[in-house]
Design a protein around this ligand. Structure first.
Ligand code: NAG
Ligand code: NAG
Ligand code: NAG
Length: 685
């Protein structure tokens, strides 16, 4: 449909829709009804929200609300919980590919309001707030997608507001299902971007609405003058977006996106601020498959390397499974980043990833990640203290260089949260971050409300236009020690503006070295819908729920396929989320904090469960075995019995290491599928 129509439609229909909002909030209205300060001498304190930072924030993603969902309908393909009889629960059909009933979205936000709203500093909301197109009898229309997004945006405003309006900043982004036709977003400005400027008006800072209409990107200073969350429009990086080509030609929106990001991150760096990146489609890339167009992945990885002093973390959704990625800066290929060299985008050997991943293909994908991690160098060098490193100077130094120094700056971490839509169980993630020294910082609500009172305030927060900042266009390859195997410098490309690296002497950024604004850990919450829906006999799960047939067709009818609900009318238990796991006390993950170095260690350990690791270990197994891979290993009684040298010890240790790796891998898989699968089921994947 021509996008113009959609806009006209939205203008006509929105008043109607607002009347139907379950929560009665409108995202289009001005959110702040403010009283003038009574005491002009102390105006600011009169308008502060009384809020202090908590050092916590919420990541919520992939709600996929479906107003056509009906309880006790069929979870089968092409029916999608819209008709027929079947096990679909009142709060959703867990483990199936059905979308979320409104009751689940409603109950989730109600739970968040009750339990989290007053404990968090901001919300990262990574998109897909419309249903899938999974029922031919009920095709999606643009107007429905926008209407649902408007409704959900209103529900977010309601959830995170006090009586004066939004009190917790919410940062949304597009999902590939938030646009019509899905996956296709043309370069801006266009009607979709214009419509979302209105839908997300309460969330997008006024000074950035113009650039949002242009590209669908913006950032929010969630802690004024300290931390900004960057909403990346990953539709312009997404391989499946037929409306774009690459990220290297200046006419491409992806190119412009990186230009914008470069200028903004320079600006933040000059202000001594930090940035958190968020988006919907993650930069997933395995040996065979990838989600982003290759030149976009290349530029992103280079940008993150250059701004490693500024970026605190990168959070994504879309995949529905709980996992993480490591981008390796050794895979940066300057020839691909330079448009003049690559012609029309970089040819990639990787195929596009499937639209919907069955549990089997998700497991295949995770196994590909694991096999890649099997090739990580042993992180022993990262563990060594200075003395030990000196003792083994040559080897130690070599090993450290493999990681880009002791903080593993060769790598970048992408954290991907599982979804609210119950492809497994509905899930939420609450991060904790270091706020040392920021305890008394003014909050977003303080700043926003103060600004509302004084519209004449000089626009000191205003972002510079793209291109305004002066910059060097030739990167300093010497200080960056970028020894490319290909050796040659890429040909001059007048359109290539590379970001500056951190200036000499800058300490590692918060993603690498624990400091203020570093991510400390997260708690993963889930709602056990099998228990809450209270409709199905536990343990009588249909063995064929995830059979190969279903996987092959790309539709998963779920674990309860074929079961009949035990109540004629749903009799759910009280809805609520509970803790699935927390990185703070998860002994298998053993993550002291969420710095890259800790994830490199974890990834390496998971990688050791791969067959690929075995052949690798045979190559330089002795070298690896010389060290204690894990700090806690010696305290393990199984190991302590073998403290005397010799082959026996070595073999035992190797076996133990393998077992430990397998255990970590299964733990990782269990979480990937939000604890919906038993150990036996996971072992069979
Ligand atoms: C949403 O929640 C509110 C209050 O929690 C309730 O009154 C309303 O009926 C709910 N709507 C749906 C569709 O579940
Ligand atoms: C938090 O940051 C402060 C200041 O940089 C640092 O001293 C402290 O060790 C950090 N805390 C943690 C738990 O990493
Ligand atoms: C979810 O609830 C069902 C039914 O009570 C129970 O059998 C299952 O073990 C629970 N799963 C988890 C991960 O708690």
């Amino acid at each position: 449909m021509p996008p113009l129509k959609a806009l006209q439609w939205a203008a006509l229909v929105v008043p109607n829709l607002l009347a139907q909002l379950p929560c009665g909030a409108s995202a289009t209205e001005t959110q702040f009804v403010l009283q003038p300060p009574i005491d002009p001498g102390n105006g600011r304190s009169l308008v502060t929200s009384q809020r202090r930072l908590h050092g916590r924030f919420l990541h919520i993603t992939d709600l996929h609300p479906d107003e056509h969902y009906q309880p006790h309908t069929s979870t089968e393909e092409d029916i999608a919980c819209h008709r027929g009889n079947g096990p679909a629960g009142i709060y959703g059909a867990e483990t199936s590919d059905c979308d979320s009933p409104m009751s689940l979205v409603n109950a989730t936000l109600a739970w968040v309001k009750e339990n989290l709203r007053d404990e968090i500093d901001f919300v990262v909301w990574t998109g897909d707030s419309a249903r899938h197109d999974s029922d031919e009898r009920m095709p999606r229309h643009n107007k429905d997608i926008l209407a649902m997004n408007r409704r959900i945006a209103g529900a977010f405003v309601d959830t995170f507001s006090d009586d004066k309006g939004l009190i917790v900043p919410v940062v949304p982004t597009f999902g590939n299902n938030d646009i019509y036709p899905h996956n296709i977003l043309l370069p801006g400005p266009n009607d979709i971007l214009q419509t979302y400027t209105s839908i997300w008006k309460p969330f997008i800072p006024e000074a950035q609405r113009h650039s949002f209409e242009f590209g669908g990107w913006f950032y929010v200073e969630v802690i004024p003058n300290k931390l900004a969350v960057f909403s990346l429009n990953t539709m312009y990086f997404f391989d499946r977006n037929a409306g774009i080509d690459d990220c290297v030609h200046p006419s491409e929106p992806g190119y412009k996106h990186f230009e914008w990001l470069r200028v903004q991150l320079d600006f933040l760096r000059s202000r001594g601020m930090k940035a958190m990146l968020m988006g919907h489609v993650p930069p997933a890339r395995t040996a065979g498959k990838q989600l982003w167009e290759e030149t976009c992945w290349q530029k992103y990885t280079l940008w993150l390397q250059q701004y490693r002093d500024v970026i605190t973390g990168s959070l994504y959704g879309h995949m529905n499974i709980d996992h993480f990625l490591l981008q390796d800066t050794h895979e940066i290929d300057m020839a691909l980043i330079s448009a003049s060299a690559s012609g029309k985008g970089g040819a990639s050997v990787r195929g596009a990833m499937e639209e919907k991943l069955s549990i089997q293909s998700s497991a295949d994908y995770l196994r590909e990640l694991r096999d890649h991690w099997a090739k990580l160098p042993s992180p022993v060098a990262l563990e060594q203290d200075v003395d030990e490193a000196k003792k083994r100077r040559r080897k130690g130094k070599k090993d450290k260089d493999k990681f880009g120094g002791k903080w593993a700056e060769r790598f970048q971490l992408t954290l991907i949260s599982p979804s609210v839509v119950p492809n497994y169980f509905p899930s939420l993630r609450v991060f904790e971050y270091n706020i040392t020294g920021l305890e008394d910082s003014s909050t977003w609500a303080d700043a926003t409300r103060a600004a509302q009172l004084d519209e004449a305030l000089p626009g000191d927060e205003e972002a510079p236009d793209v291109g305004e900042l002066k910059r060097s266009e030739v990167p300093d390859f010497e200080t960056e020690k970028k020894k490319k195997k290909k050796g040659k410098k890429p040909p001059e490309d007048p359109n290539l503006h590379l970001p500056d690296p951190p200036s000499k002497g800058t300490p590692p950024g918060p993603a690498y070295l624990p400091q203020t604004l570093s991510l400390l850990g997260y708690t993963q919450y889930y709602a056990n819908l099998t228990y809450i829906n209270n409709d199905l006999v536990a343990g009588s799960e249909d063995e064929d729920g995830d059979d190969d047939d279903a996987a092959a067709r790309g539709w998963n009818p779920g674990k309860h396929k074929g079961q009949t609900p035990k109540h004629g009318k749903p009799q759910p238990r009280a809805f609520g989320f509970e803790v699935e796991y927390s990185t703070f006390d998860d002994e298998i993950y053993g993550l002291d904090d969420l710095t890259v170095k800790n994830y490199v260690r974890l990834a390496h350990r998971i990688g050791q469960a791969s067959k690929k690791a075995k052949s690798l270990a045979d190559d330089d197994g002795d070298e690896i075995d010389e060290y204690d891979e894990d700090e806690d290993e010696d305290s393990d009684p199984d190991i302590r019995g073998f403290t005397k040298g010799g082959k026996h010890k070595k073999n035992k240790k190797k076996k133990h290491k393998k077992e430990k790796a397998l255990k970590t891998w299964l733990h990782f898989l269990k979480h990937a599928f939000v604890s919906t699968r038993s150990k036996e089921e996971l072992e069979g994947l």
